[in-house]
Each structure stands twice: as C-alpha cells, then as structure tokens.
Design a binder for this molecule. Structure first.
Ligand code: GTP
Ligand code: MG
Length: 198
C-alpha cells in the first residue's frame, strides 16, 4: 500500500482544538529522539513533512497530517526529554496525556522504542499506563539499521521477555528503519486493515 496524498493540517497544544472530524487517527509516541517524525516522513514518502532533528525536543505540539483524505497520522512530542526544564516537561506531559486519554478519534497509538536500548523504565511504565487506561497500542522498534541482524534479534527477544512479565498477550510489534525504509508495508497494511474494518 502507498500513501497517495499527505497534507499538514494544523499544530495544537490542546486535543479539543484538533480537527473537528470523525476520521480515524494514528498517533506516534515515544521518547524524545526515538524517530517519530522520521517515521511519519518514511510512511508518506516525504522528506520533510514532519520536522525532524538530531537534537531531542523537536516536536513540541500535536501535529495532524491528513492522509489520502481519509485518515490522520498524528505526530506527538516525545516524553523523557531529559534536558528540558521541569515546567516544560510537565507541559508536554499534559499535552500528550490529555490527547491520548480524551481524543475519541485516536484509533491506535504506536509506541516507538529505539531497538539499541535495553528496556527502559519510562517506556515500560508508559505502556503500563496505556494498558490501565484502555488505550489500544502497538509497539514499533525503530532504527533497525543501527544494529547488526544478530544484535537486533537479541535485543528484541529480551524486550519481548520483559514485556511478557507484565502482559499476558503481547501487543502487535513492528520493526522499522526510516533510514533504510524498512517496515513501511507492514505498518501501512496494519493501518489499512483497521480502517477497512471500522
Ligand atoms: P522529538 O520530536 O524530539 O521527540 O524526536 P522524534 O522522535 O520525532 O525523532 P526524529 O524523527 O526527529 O529523529 C531523531 C533523530 O534520529 C534524527 O537525527 C533522525 O535522522 C534520526 N533517525 C530517525 N529514525 C532513524 C532511523 O530509522 N535510522 C537512523 N539511523 N536514524 C534515524
Ligand atoms: Mg518529532
């Protein structure tokens, strides 16, 4: 599946100011710098639709991108942005959490995890919170190009083992590299499947 049209619509700090439509939304969340915005560009075949940076803290608002005039990709600010001030971190946390909890159009949240790192408390706690809040989510391992095949497989296995300690059934899991354009078909196929059964 290929995206035909992708259009930036609006940036917001508050979920209730987001587009007034019934169209389904697929949002990307994860630690700052994990590759959320890059993944949106990869999925839409656009270089600079979502703004990216090598420095964490690039995306600070809720950004809506209309896809094929039928659904939205939503780029969110990252969490765990360590060098931000406490008030900034709290502001971002409020933006993210209220969008996730209250935005009825949110159909699936993709939680991005950098495949190079061992399971981090902040991500595990975040997923725990999603589960307790009844938010449907999937896991996306990013930056696959940064690891050898063997190391990648090892990290994913240990992550799955960690998740299995909390979750009886694992969420859907995707493997991506925006750099090498890996995982696009799988992610778009998954979104398409949900859209066509809704
Ligand atoms: P914030 O908006 O700050 O929360 O970050 P983000 O999660 O949107 O990350 P962003 O897409 O801006 O990417 C952060 C950095 O990682 C950039 O330098 C990207 O080029 C790089 N990056 C993202 N995805 C990949 C990938 O798949 N492979 C490699 N090698 N680098 C990547
Ligand atoms: Mg970003």
């Amino acid at each position: 599946m290929e995206v035909k049209t992708a259009e930036f619509i609006i940036s917001n700090t508050d979920w209730w100011k987001c587009p007034e439509t019934d169209l389904p939304e697929y949002a990307f969340i994860g630690r700052s710098n994990v590759g959320k915005s890059s993944l949106i560009n990869m999925l839409t075949n656009r270089k600079d639709l979502a703004k990216t940076s090598s420095k964490p803290g690039k995306t600070l608002l809720i950004n809506h991108f209309l896809i094929d005039e039928k659904w939205y990709l939503v780029d969110l600010p990252g969490y765990g942005y360590a060098t931000a001030s406490k008030s900034m971190r709290e502001k971002l946390k409020k933006i993210i959490e209220s969008y996730i909890l209250f935005r009825a159009q949110l159909t699936n949240l993709f939680v991005l995890i950098d495949c190079r790192h061992k399971p981090q408390q902040i991500d595990l706690e975040f997923m725990q919170w999603l589960g307790e809040s009844g938010v449907p989510f999937s896991v996306v391992f990013t930056k696959k190009d940064k690891l050898s095949t063997a190391k990648f497989a090892e990290n994913i296995e240990s992550y799955k083992t960690q998740l299995s300690e909390t979750w009886e059934e694992l969420p859907p899991i995707f493997y991506t590299s925006s750099e090498k354009r890996i995982g696009k078909e799988e992610l778009l196929g998954y979104i398409n499947e949900i859209n066509s059964t809704a």
